[in-house]
Design a protein around this ligand. Structure first.
Ligand SMILES: [Zn+2]
Ligand SMILES: [Zn+2]
Length: 203
């Protein structure tokens, strides 16, 4: 869901039952009325949310539509709602050295304050510093996305000691003999070798 969808959506009426509101909000959204604004009250959320497009980097990412497992606690505090817990997903990508496919599990810590609109935090911080509760709703997606992005390797490898590919033939070094080499022969010597039938090169 695009972030600005939160702002455009009409406020759900209070008489709606709990299930309807949750379904309306979607798995990336928490309705803070479920928690209550009294400081100290809290609610646990175990959710499976589909990854939106662009959840990661080109070389390693959570594919669009694949599940992100959210295991979060939302606590009402004086200034807003504190969300903490973990987000887990399966990353897929390519090794930057040998281009082999990579698939690995990741689990990141999430800890974020969403400020109430009428709080001192709201008055004293910019929107890009502290997240906001908007229309009683919390959008988890940007925060979880940022936490995942920060945890991703900028140069993912299939294994830490991946040797990559031979620049001469493009074959993985792991599959080549230890003495594998490409002899670069001067064209003039190649002509001589052809003439005398020799293929050995002096070392
Ligand atoms: Zn590799
Ligand atoms: Zn080679």
């Amino acid at each position: 869901m695009p972030a600005n969808a939160l702002f455009n959506r009409p406020k759900p009426v209070m008489s709606q039952n709990h299930e309807a509101r949750t379904a309306h909000a979607g798995p990336w959204v928490i309705d803070t009325r479920e928690i209550g604004h009294r400081a100290g009250s809290s609610r646990a959320y175990t959710r499976r949310a589909p990854a939106p497009a662009g959840f990661g980097l080109d070389m390693i990412r959570v594919p669009e539509g694949e599940p992100v497992e959210l295991d979060l606690l939302a606590e009402s505090v004086v200034e807003g709602v504190l969300v903490s817990g973990t987000a887990a997903a399966t990353l897929v990508g390519e090794c930057v050295r040998c281009l082999d496919p990579i698939s690995e599990q990741t689990k990141v810590e999430v800890r974020e304050l969403y400020a109430y609109p009428d709080s001192a935090t709201d008055a004293s911080t910019d929107d890009d510093e502290v997240e906001r509760v908007v229309d009683d709703l919390i959008d988890l997606e940007p925060v979880v996305r940022d936490a995942m992005l920060l945890s991703l390797p900028s140069a993912p490898l299939c294994s830490p000691d991946c040797q990559g590919l031979c620049s001469g033939c493009g074959v993985k070094w792991a599959e080549l003999a230890p003495d594998h080499t490409h002899e670069t022969i001067d064209p003039r010597w190649a002509a001589l070798q052809e003439r005398f039938g020799g293929t050995e090169e002096e070392k």
